[in-house]
Every structure is written in C-alpha cells, then in structure tokens.
Ligand binder design. Structure first.
Ligand SMILES: *Cc1c(COP(=O)(O)O)cnc(C)c1O
Length: 258
C-alpha cells in the first residue's frame, strides 16, 4: 500500500470490485462502493469527488457534521467555477452507531442510515422526520455473531423489527447491513456473509419490507471481495482507499504547510 496515491488505491478497489462481481457471475448487477471517510483527509475526499465518486460514508456524528458542510462548500465552489468533471452532489451514508440525541441534526444531511438496530432509534428518527418531504431510507443492522460488544440486532429478531418500522410512514427500510468480525483471512467470514445473505433473501421473499427492500450492505477493506461473492450490493471501504489513519494525517499536515 505504501507509496500509492489515493487515486491509485481507489481505482484498484474499483477494479477488485469488478473482478469479484465477475467471479460471482454478477457482472450486470450493480455493487455500490461507499467510501468511508473515517480516517480520510478532506483533500482525499475532494480527490475522489473529482474522479466522479458520489457515495461517502461516515460513522462518527461529530466528524460527519464537520465534514459534510465542507464537502458541500467544495461542491458549490466547483459549480460556481463551472468545473464539469465530477458530480454536482454527493450522497452521505451514516454507518456508525447513531445516538438518538444526534439524529435530528444529522438526518437532513444523510441519504441513508445503515445502522438502525432498535425500535427506539427508529421511533426517534420518525419523530425527527414528521415534516420531511420523502421518507428516510434506512438499513437494519444485524449482529451476525453472538459477540455482545457489537452493535446490531440478533438475526432472529430482525424480521419483527422490520415489520414494526414498516408501519412508520416517514421511514423506508431498504435492507440489511452487517459487519463481520475482524479476522486475518477474509475466507473465515464467508460462512457469516453467506448466512446473512440467506436471511436477507428470506425476508425479501416473504414480502416483509416490500419491493424497495433490496439492499445488502456488507464488506469492508479486509473482506469486501468475499462479501460481494456472497451477495452484497453495497460495500463500505475506508482504509483500502484512503490508507491508514497516518496517511490522512500526513496529507493534512502537508496541506497546512503548503
Ligand atoms: C470503519 C468502518 C468501515 C470501513 O472500514 P475499513 O476497514 O477502513 O474499510 C465500514 N463500515 C463501518 C460500519 C465502519 O465503522
């Protein structure tokens, strides 16, 4: 990874996504890449936008509330300068644990919340969006293993939660999100991703969640290829695009000194 630029890493992730799709015989079905900005420098986010990238993800409310307006400013400035490469707007995905007291501020800025894991959180989102023009799109986060320290609802309880959220008119459940445990060999998590996909397909077939229930968000830097082979249609990748935390810090320092 050392010595590679953000652009090279990004293009390499895009190529690896295409290769994984081909291996799985899924060339014609889209897999969306959410670039996770957790450790990214603003400069790197701008670079991705200039390459035409649209979907970004952040998991820390505080950081997100700082980052999103900066990105918007950058987009507005480009527009006023008549720059034609890159998108007019980006789509933000909130992927972290959402505290109920942060929901109100965050909701107007995000396109999709990947991490709804309780009825209480869904109710909070509902109460913040009563006047919204269109429903908020959410994924229900499931905890695929029994590790207590992880966020997410147990697989056995997911269908019931979806049924409850479906009664809320300002929220639309688009699918499921999961995070596999961190392991050295991504093959170790294949059985987990396979099981989550089976659960996803089962819910889909049952009709709970309706026609718009069609998103399976799983796979990160370490395991996105396996996740795609197991049916993911959104992957959330940070480190493999932006580098380790230190990369962003070095870039930020360079920018500040320049
Ligand atoms: C940090 C994070 C990611 C990205 O992780 P990388 O290993 O850096 O790709 C994806 N999803 C969630 C929920 C995260 O918190």
């Amino acid at each position: 990874m050392d010595g590679e630029s953000t652009r090279e890493r990004y293009l390499s992730v895009c190529r690896r996504i295409d290769e994984a799709k081909a291996r799985a015989g899924r060339e014609n079905s889209p897999v969306h890449l959410v670039a996770v900005t957790k450790y990214a420098a603003m400069e790197q986010v701008r670079e991705l936008i200039e390459l035409g990238h649209v979907d970004f993800g952040e998991g820390r409310a505080q950081h997100f509330l700082k980052m999103a307006p900066q990105v918007q400013e950058f987009l507005d400035r480009r527009k006023s300068l008549g720059e034609s490469n890159g998108p007019d707007s980006v789509r933000w995905h909130f992927i972290g644990h959402l505290q109920r007291n942060k929901a109100k501020k965050l909701l107007p800025l995000v396109r999709m919340i990947h991490s709804v894991d309780s009825l209480r959180l869904a109710e909070e989102i509902q109460s913040c969006t009563e006047n919204a023009e269109s429903p908020v799109e959410v994924l229900v986060q499931i905890n695929p293993t029994d590790e207590r320290k992880r966020y997410g609802i147990a697989p056995a309880a997911v269908r019931h939660l979806i049924e409850q959220i479906e009664t809320m008119i300002t929220i639309r459940v688009r699918g499921i999100m999961t995070m596999a445990p961190k392991v050295d060999d991504p093959e170790e998590v294949r059985p987990i991703f396979t099981r989550v996909n089976e659960l996803f397909q089962e819910i889909r077939r049952s009709g709970v969640g309706g026609e718009h229930f069609d998103i399976l968000s799983m796979g990160m830097s370490n395991d996105f290829e396996v996740a795609i082979e197991c049916g993911a249609n959104i992957v959330r990748v940070g480190t493999a695009i932006f580098g380790e935390k230190e990369t962003a810090e070095a870039i930020s320092t360079e920018q500040a000194e320049a």
